[in-house]
Design a protein around this ligand. Structure first.
Ligand code: 13P
Length: 332
């Protein structure tokens, strides 16, 4: 394992004032996003949309890397340049989502899932590295409510995340370790705090058991928010305080950086929460963003299938605001 290289890549992914663009929606998920603007989910439209995102002038000043879906890693932009080369030419690191999505878990609570994709992963990672990917992503999903989370869901998902992380590092690829506690339920922020603490404790235990180099990962957690259907909603300061408390209790300082998912928060909330945490300062890791929806929702709407310039403008604006939040310098 090339420890220096892994660490250098992880450090670059969380460079001050920069974060990750999660543009790794599976074909099914991008279909849902396109439905909202009445754009047909065909390869040509996916290519055009992502070409717009990656050709946004100046986005590279706020973007350290982009998480791609497999189709995009092997796809060319509209001018014939492979997307991975286009990103590299702007100093943006290409990465790839490598999990195969969630499947029913069985043996846990009724609606729980396990993330699949470990079989054949070593071979796939070698292929992805050759195509330019320098980091990868694997998302585990933890739900709250209706008996969840069960010990089985926490344990099996943490184990799979660590298996994936060890395989990535062996292939010279930095793993983004993403245990996402969903925010869809009616639970309180306190419940989210308890569950996130549990899954993070378990994840770091499994990473240790499986000899994963902490200096060569990026953690991608949820923030500690109230469930969307909870009648009382934690404000920005409370979310920041709870999230920092959990991270300080669970994440060793050897980890170079933490890049949050947005998970369905509004664009402004996602920026405000990140900014509030960075304003608190004096943290052992860099805190930044790895947003999908909170970076793309405005761009998608402004583009609407045809308006490339408006889409680029909206993308750049959110990238810039989140870049400021990653420094604790955003002003509402
Ligand atoms: P959201 O920011 O939309 O949650 O997406 C981030 C991501 O990559 C989820 O896996």
């Amino acid at each position: 394992m090339n420890e220096k290289l892994l660490n250098a890549t992880a450090v670059a992914m969380v460079a001050p004032g920069k974060g990750l663009l999660a543009a790794d929606e599976s074909t099914g998920t991008i279909g849902k996003r396109f439905d909202s603007i009445k754009v047909e989910n065909v390869e040509a439209n996916r290519q055009t949309y992502r070409d717009m995102l990656f050709n946004t002038p100046g986005f590279e000043q706020h973007t350290s890397g982009v998480i791609l879906f497999e189709e995009t890693l092997f796809q060319k932009g509209l001018d014939g340049t492979p997307f991975s080369k286009l990103l590299e030419s702007k100093g943006v690191i290409p990465g790839i989502k490598v999990d195969k999505g969630v499947k029913p878990l069985f043996g846990g609570a009724p609606e729980e899932t396990i993330t699949e994709g470990l079989d054949g992963l070593a071979e796939r990672l070698a292929k992805y590295r050759e195509a330019g990917a320098r980091f990868a992503k694997w998302r585990a999903v933890i739900t709250i409510g209706n008996g969840a989370p069960s010990h089985s869901a926490i344990h099996t998902n943490a184990h799979a995340l660590a298996r994936y992380a060890a395989l990535c590092q062996d292939a010279g690829i930095v793993p983004i370790v993403e245990p996402e506690v969903l925010m869809d339920g009616d639970n309180t922020a306190q419940k989210n705090e308890d569950v996130t603490t549990w899954i993070l404790k378990e994840v770091f235990q499994e990473l240790y058991f499986q000899n994963v180099l902490l200096e060569g990962i990026v953690l991608k957690p949820n923030m500690i928010v109230s469930g969307k259907k909870c009648p009382t909603q934690a404000g920005h300061a409370e979310v920041a305080e709870r999230t920092l408390r959990v991270l300080k209790r669970c994440v060793p300082s050897a980890v170079p950086g933490i890049a949050f998912l947005s998970g369905g928060q509004s664009d402004i909330d996602a920026t405000a929460h990140l900014d509030a945490m960075n304003k608190a300062g004096n943290l052992p890791w860099n805190l930044t963003f790895s947003y999908g929806r909170a970076l793309q929702a405005a761009a998608l709407k402004a583009w609407g299938g045809t308006n490339v310039e408006a889409g680029k403008k909206a993308h750049l604006h959110r990238a810039k605001m989140n870049g400021l939040a990653a420094l604790g310098k955003w002003d509402a």
